[in-house]
Design a protein around this ligand. Structure first.
Ligand code: AMP
Ligand code: MG
Length: 523
């Protein structure tokens, strides 16, 4: 591994430092993880073995029993002292090989050649009940050689936010990393004010990021880049293993997954908030929930993140940014694409694949809009305009995005009142649009019961609305009271079936709160 010309940390130095740190901690007894660690085994040179700092007085905040079961783990054991010791970083379970991954990243457009896991550790990989390989990682587990000026820690609020948002997205059917557990460490974390510290245990299809490729591309390390690409292919696109232009095909597969993912985000009004290339996965899972939120009134210009002053990651910009990030992946893969025989055509081919994102996104976005409007896929060419016109109505009248679609179900069933109540008194353009939509729906092969059932599965009624999230997190962080968090978690885990008892959770935030809403990153 070469020293980067800008003097960033030398990987060999990092590896040497690591040897002093990574002793062999005592095994933690039997939480029963059957680790099989391909990243540690196959990708030496792409990480630093490291161990968690540990927690002085750990306390389990939440354990994801469903996910534990999916992973073939016993939730009761995990909730006991041996599980807690692992989640708190006080014990490294048998078979784990904790390590900090190296990666780079374009942050707000500027390149940082070295980021890496500054406060996270990959513990290892397990195979879940369905045969899928899943990463198990800690976040907030202490400093690593990649911490730069940071303390390596996380606070209770952001850890619970990531837990909640991941579960909400999973329930919506959006690919996402998920939390297996959240623990309070008993330590305090110094931010603007001292905050209670926490560690999240995260499960992911992998933690390979666009930035992982950028790290080795920036160092012109073709051998490591090759290993990394082959690893990504083996893990996420094994059918490409023997393909003649496998790196180009890998790029294409990531383009497809990201096009689908971002279309899903747009369909639920999700704003990621920090779409830096280090926060974009090869797997197509949503990762790194920081200053994220769901839009309330529909507005493509909506920005919630306090650090996104230019609106780079505004709601409506997300498809464009995803494509921009994929261009960075394409650049990183270029030496491999060239070597695989495309020669001088490599740049053109890679460009074509990245440009293809626009069509792929458009296709997924149209499918999502059709599902939301209760329309079957068809050759009908006016459906996109029908959807766009409705979005424009929502935007003009500042209508709640989630309810604006959900209340179309009542309209389809003949009760116009719930939808009308969202709009001002007389909106002729709404009436005209409803006529067009109802006419199109009537011509659809699906009958009414089928249509409304499908709309109920495409248009959630409960999302983690930001005023609810804030209230739940501050109760947890400031008063150690987890009741509101758990209540909200239970609600967002069943986003589609309307329940009279939970009506208040479907309501938008009071306008004053929406206007000044901000989430803070990296805390
Ligand atoms: P994020 O904004 O969480 O996606 O993180 C961006 C980069 O900053 C990653 O390399 C993180 O590991 C690093 N980072 C964020 N917060 C901390 C922290 N408190 N201590 C050390 N590194 C951090
Ligand atoms: Mg990140």
């Amino acid at each position: 591994m070469r020293m980067a010309s800008d003097g960033t940390l030398h990987m060999d130095t990092v590896l040497k430092q690591a040897l002093g740190n990574a002793g062999t901690p005592a095994p933690a007894g039997p939480p029963g993880f059957a680790f099989d660690n391909t990243y540690a085994r196959d990708l030496e040179g792409l990480y630093v073995p490291w161990k968690p700092a540990g927690s002085p007085a750990p306390r389990l905040l939440e354990l994801n029993a469903d996910l534990a079961d999916e992973l073939g783990l016993d939730a009761r054991t995990l909730a006991g002292p041996n599980g807690l010791a692992v989640f708190a970083g006080n014990a490294v379970p048998e078979g784990a090989q904790p390590l900090a991954q190296a990666y780079a990243g374009h942050q707000f457009g500027g390149f940082s050649p070295q980021l890496g896991d500054g406060r996270a550790l990959l513990l290892g990989e397990v195979i879940d009940r369905r045969g899928r390989r899943r990463d198990l990682a800690l976040k907030g587990s202490g400093r690593t050689p990649f911490s730069r000026g940071g303390d390596g820690l996380a606070a209770v609020g952001p850890v619970l936010r990531e837990y909640l948002m991941g579960e909400a997205m999973h329930a919506l059917g959006v690919p996402t990393t998920r939390a297996l557990a959240a623990v309070a460490t008993g330590d305090s974390v110094r931010r603007e004010t001292p905050l209670p510290g926490a560690i999240l245990t995260r499960v992911a299809a992998s933690h390979l990021r666009v930035g992982t490729f950028e790290f080795f591309a920036a160092r012109s390390d073709a051998a490591l880049l090759r290993r990394l690409a082959d690893y990504a292919i083996a893990r996420h696109d094994p059918e490409l293993r023997a393909a003649p232009e496998r790196s180009l095909r890998l790029l294409q597969a990531v383009v497809e997954r990201q096009a689908r993912l971002v279309a899903q985000w747009m369909g639920f009004g999700f704003i990621h908030g920090v779409m830096n290339t280090d926060n974009m996965t090869l797997s197509g899972e949503t990762i790194d929930y920081g200053p994220c939120a769901f839009v309330e009134h529909y507005d493509p210009a909506a920005v919630f993140s306090s650090i996104d002053e230019q609106g780079r990651y505004a709601f409506g910009n997300q498809p464009r940014i995803a494509q921009w990030n994929l261009a960075r992946l394409a650049e990183s893969l270029l030496p491999l694409i060239e070597a695989e025989g495309s020669g001088s055509a490599a740049v053109e081919q890679a460009t074509e694949v990245v440009e293809g994102f626009a069509d792929r996104f458009q296709a997924h976005w149209l499918a999502s809009l059709r599902a939301k409007l209760g329309l079957s896929a068809s050759a009908e060419t006016t459906d996109q305009a029908l959807g766009d016109d409705y979005l424009e109505l929502l935007r003009q009248h500042r209508i709640d995005f989630t309810l604006g679609f959900r209340r179309l179900i009542d309209t389809a069933e003949g009760d116009l009142e719930p939808l009308r109540a969202l709009f001002p008194d007389s909106v002729p353009a709404l009436d005209a649009w409803l006529q067009r939509w109802l006419a199109r729906a009537a011509a659809d092969p699906a009958g009414l019961p089928e249509r409304t059932a499908a709309m109920r599965r495409a248009n959630p009624i409960y999302l983690p609305r930001h005023h609810r999230v804030e209230a739940a997190l501050s109760e947890a962080a400031e008063h150690g009271e987890l009741g509101p968090f758990r209540a909200l978690l239970a609600i967002v885990r069943r986003p589609f079936d309307e329940r009279a008892d939970d009506a208040a959770f479907a309501e938008p935030a009071p306008a004053a709160q929406t206007a000044c809403y901000r989430t803070y990153c990296g805390t």
